[in-house]
Design a protein around this ligand. Structure first.
Ligand code: ATP
Ligand code: MG
Length: 255
C-alpha cells in the first residue's frame, strides 16, 4: 500500500530504467522542479544571513545541471532545499507539480528517501558499516522485501565495480573508491533526482574524472542531476550552468 505522499509523488510502479518510479496516473508534463521566489535566511541575531533570495528556477526531467559560484554564495543551501533536507523561509517549491514547502517533516523525509539521492564531498559513509551495508541503507527506508534489497545491492556493487570490497569498511578504501560507494548508495533506491555537492572536491584528478563519468552515464540513462562544483572541466558534461552570487541566480557572464 502506498501512503498519501507515495501517491502524491507518483510512486509504486516497477521502474523499467534506473530513474523514475511513477504510477500511470501521475504522468506529469510540467517541469520536475519548479522554484518560485525561494529564499532562505540562516542563523539568528547578528549571524543572520540571507543565504538565498528570490530564486526562480525550473529543471526538466533528465536535465544535467551544473551549479557554480564563489564560496558562501548559497550552493549547498540551494541543494539542501532541492533535496528536501531543508525548508525555505519563503517561496514555493513544486516537485513533480506538488508543493513541498508545506509538507510535514515525516512526509518530507518520505519523499526525500524515495525521490532523491545525495553525493557529498566528504562521502558521508557510515564508518562502522561495510560497503554493502552502506549501499543497502537507503533501501531500509523503502519497505522492500529482503530478497529484492539483496538483489539491488548486489547489482549496484557490481555496476560500480565494488563487489570485491563489499565486506570492507569505508576507511579501508581510497577516496575514489569511497565516492564510488557513495554513488552506488545514492542510486540504489532508483531516485528521480541526484544531487551532488562538490563530489570531486576530495579526489585526485583521475578519481574525479571517474566519478563525473559515472554521473554522465547515469544522466544518459535518464537521471536528473544537479552537480555543484568549482571545477570548470565539468561544464563540458553538464547541459547548462546555474551561477549563484550572494544568494541569487545571475546571468552566466556576470560572475
Ligand atoms: N547555520 C548557518 N547559520 C548562519 N549562516 C549560515 C549557516 N550555514 C551557512 N550559512 C551562511 O549562508 C551562506 C550560504 O552558505 P552555503 O554553505 O550555502 O554556501 P556555498 O556556496 O555552499 O559555499 P561553499 O562553496 O564554501 O561550500 C554563507 O554566507 C554561509 O556563511
Ligand atoms: Mg557548499
Amino acid at each position: 500500500m502506498l501512503g498519501k505522499i507515495g501517491r502524491m509523488f507518483g510512486l509504486g510502479s516497477t521502474p523499467s530504467t534506473f530513474t523514475t518510479v511513477r504510477s500511470a496516473e501521475d504522468v506529469d508534463t510540467g517541469p520536475l522542479i519548479k522554484l518560485d521566489g525561494i529564499s532562505k535566511v540562516l542563523g539568528a541575531g547578528s549571524s543572520k544571513t540571507q543565504a538565498l533570495e528570490g530564486i526562480d528556477l525550473e529543471i526538466e526531467r533528465g536535465e544535467f545541471v551544473g551549479v557554480n559560484g564563489p564560496s558562501g554564495c548559497g550552493k549547498t543551501t540551494l541543494l539542501s532545499i532541492l533535496g528536501l533536507l531543508d525548508t525555505p523561509t519563503g517561496g514555493s517549491y513544486l516537485l513533480n507539480g506538488h508543493e513541498t514547502t508545506k509538507l510535514a517533516a515525516g512526509d518530507r523525509a518520505h519523499a526525500r528517501n524515495r525521490e532523491i539521492g545525495f553525493i557529498f564531498q566528504s562521502f558521508n559513509l557510515i564508518g562502522d558499516m561495510t560497503v554493502a551495508e552502506n549501499v543497502d541503507l537507503p533501501l531500509s527506508y523503502l519497505g522492500l522485501p529482503g530478497s529484492e534489497r539483496r538483489e539491488r545491492v548486489a547489482e549496484a556493487l557490481e555496476r560500480f565495480d565494488l563487489s570485491d570490497v563489499a565486506k570492507r569498511q569505508p576507511s579501508q578504501l581510497s577516496g575514489g573508491h569511497q565516492q564510488r560507494v557513495a554513488v552506488a548508495r545514492a542510486v540504489v533506491g532508483r531516485p528521480e533526482i541526484l544531487l551532488a555537492d562538490e563530489p570531486t572536491g576530495n579526489l585526485n584528478s583521475e578519481q574525479a574524472v571517474k566519478v563525473v563519468e559515472m554521473l554522465s552515464e547515469l544522466h544518459a540513462e535518464g537521471a536528473t542531476i544537479c552537480l555543484v562544483s568549482h571545477d570548470p572541466r565539468w561544464s563540458e558534461v553538464t547541459q547548462r550552468t546555474l551561477n549563484l552570487f550572494d544568494g541569487t541566480l545571475v546571468a552566466a557572464d556576470f560572475v
